[in-house]
Design a protein around this ligand. Sequence first.
Ligand SMILES: Nc1nc2c(ncn2[C@@H]2O[C@H](COP(=O)(O)OP(=O)(O)OP(=O)(O)O)[C@@H](O)[C@H]2O)c(=O)[nH]1
Length: 767
Amino acid sequence: MASSPLENLIPLVNKLQDLVFNTIGSDTIDLPQVVVVGSQSSGKSSVLENLVGRDFLPRGSGIVTRRPLVLQLINVSPADVYPHGDSEWGEFLHLPGQRFSDFSLIRGEIENETARIAGMNKGINRLPINLKIYSPHVLNLTLVDLPGLTKIPIGDQPTDIERQIRMLISEYIAKPNSIILAVSPANVDLVNSEGLKLARQVDTSGKRTIGVLTKLDLMDHGTNALEILSGRVYPLKLGFIGVVNRSQYDIQENKSLSEALRAEEEFFQCHPAYRNIAHRCGTQYLAKSLNQTLMSHIREKLPDIKARLNALIGQTQQELNGYGTSQFSGKQHRGSLILHFLTKFANSFIASIDGTSSDISTKELCGGARVYYIFNSIFGRELENIDPTHNLAVSDIRTAIRNSTGPRASLFVPELAFDLLVKPQIRLLEAPAQRCVELVYEELTKICHSCTSTELERYPRLQAKLIEVVSDLLRERLTPTQTYVESLISIQGAYINTNHPMFLGGAGAVNSIVNSKHDREKKHKDLERKKDRKRVYNIITRQELIFGKQITGTNGRNTPVDPHEIPNGTSSPVLVSASDEMPPPHEIPRANGVNHSQSHRESSASATASARDSFLNYFFGQKEDPSNSRVVEPSFSHSMRRIDAVSSARPPQLSSLASKLEENAVVDEPQLTEREQMETDLIRSLITSYFNIVRETISDLVPKAVMHFLVNHSKDSVQNRLVTDLYRESLLDDLLFEDEGLALEREKCEKMLEVYKEAARIISEIL
Ligand SMILES: Nc1nc2c(ncn2[C@@H]2O[C@H](COP(=O)(O)OP(=O)(O)OP(=O)(O)O)[C@@H](O)[C@H]2O)c(=O)[nH]1
């Protein structure tokens, strides 16, 4: 009888299953199958044996099923029999071509095969045993028997046996294409069914779970499972089916399975509770519904499986491409293959620098962007941070000026001293410049190490050689780059171009220091004024404390005296407020009525001009005014004299207190003549101005030099260098030595691709 294509669905899936297990060794396609789960001794093996109608599964105490058993039941017509006349037989996938018509031998082989992989103790193993049973009495079905859930390890079982079994079961039932056959004994409360609990975790809506209730014959008298079997207790879309298997006693009494199936039928037909639903109970009904459910499930899932296969074909093809192109396989193509890798490596190196690489990171700077970062951020910042007059003490400048003028005093700007001092400062730029070269060199080395691919990893020796050659090239470029950069600095030091348009020059420097001198003096005076005010206030307050009475001002009031009212040179103690509104002491009107503040403002306007005049006069030929060469007197000395006047009449204790305060206020400043101070300032500002010009030039030239000598040169010559060094007949065999692990991976990948293509072809025969 010719069967329709849809009736061939289960054999088709079996064919796919064989294909997958024979080649890949695991079910990556997620083929539809029925997975049997339940707690230990719930009756799983008994259900399977009933479905086959033969005793073939191992029995014993404790855990018996220790590896998944993938059981394919194949319906054969009585005509299609074994040559020796047997109508039923079994075949193991691991023993191809060997037919087992004696079912007790099948049991023995399952035991042996379990022990071979899972050991003699009671441990489990995830590697499945695949068994086909051909019989005219079975319906086409693919079932997976799994170890029963156990709570407590017994004997020499591993302590985490429960976790191991749960993980194994979950792995099978989690696959969306699996139908879960959850076996629960009827004599145990359903809420304690481990099989149902696990099934619910992965199939929350109960769409692909079939409940099987065993041991209905063992329920307490007066109780029955009618409610459960009618689907009113536990919601499962595919429902519950009740079965009665052989009891332990039946087995011991060698009750045959055909006898047992008859007894089961009788049980349901005669039982007062199940009589009316007897046609929906028992092993025969279970086999039929499983077959139909599996078939419709396969029908439903086939388009998905086809789509999945296409996706797998695409993925695997891509993975295979990653291992290299097959276009250059074979000895005659070794040269082309090497050239292909050399070009790819060189291109990848160049692309990483240019930023045109296809796998650019979004997490961190890489390749050429790092080089830019080194130029602009690292090198740029280091240059910025250099102090142009770093390490130039006043004494150094003084000595340089003195040495440069010989026995005479200089008439003009001491140029020789400037020359002498600015050269070492220019050298300060060399260390950051050389560091910039090194950093870029390191970055290029990193880039060269990252230019590998899975394809290239297949040839570890070639990969190492490519990196080595490019590293050598970079190293060779390092010295010329460093030498050039060193020259750049030396060139800058070789000739001090005081004619540079950006250079401040003598006149500019004079202006600048005159201005800054004036600013400095102004600041210094302001500071001294503040100090004076505070000092006067402290002295008066102390007097008040010492004499223990309120000091009354000359106005006779018991309030602070308006400081404007204090006559110049008065010896009377005065109470002065320390508030900021209080006019500074130099604004206190003198006896002659001249406001000091006013005179100060007038004189300050002309201060800049007069200072500049005296400075220019000094440098450009006027005879030195002996009064100018006096030691610069700290400007607070004037104020100090005023305070002395105020405190001259104070008691001795107060006098010593005040003198202590005054001592503390004396600043230890270098004693320079005005001329010396100005010369030093002038030299400093000239050095700073010139250094800034050189710094700008260097910050512009060094990156250009690095790009030219190191980066661009390496980019331009990398391909030639690789070909010259590696494209040699004598090296080909060694360079194309394939990594064994990767060769195996590639072969596996090729095999998988073939399997997926074949599976897709099988499915397209039906769809
Ligand atoms: N009376 C009776 N006994 C049953 C029934 N089903 C199973 N048994 C007995 O229960 C015991 C366990 O049955 P198995 O089929 O070995 O249970 P299992 O779930 O395969 O056990 P493991 O493989 O160890 O997890 C055996 O002694 C069976 O004879 C049933 O419906 N009625």
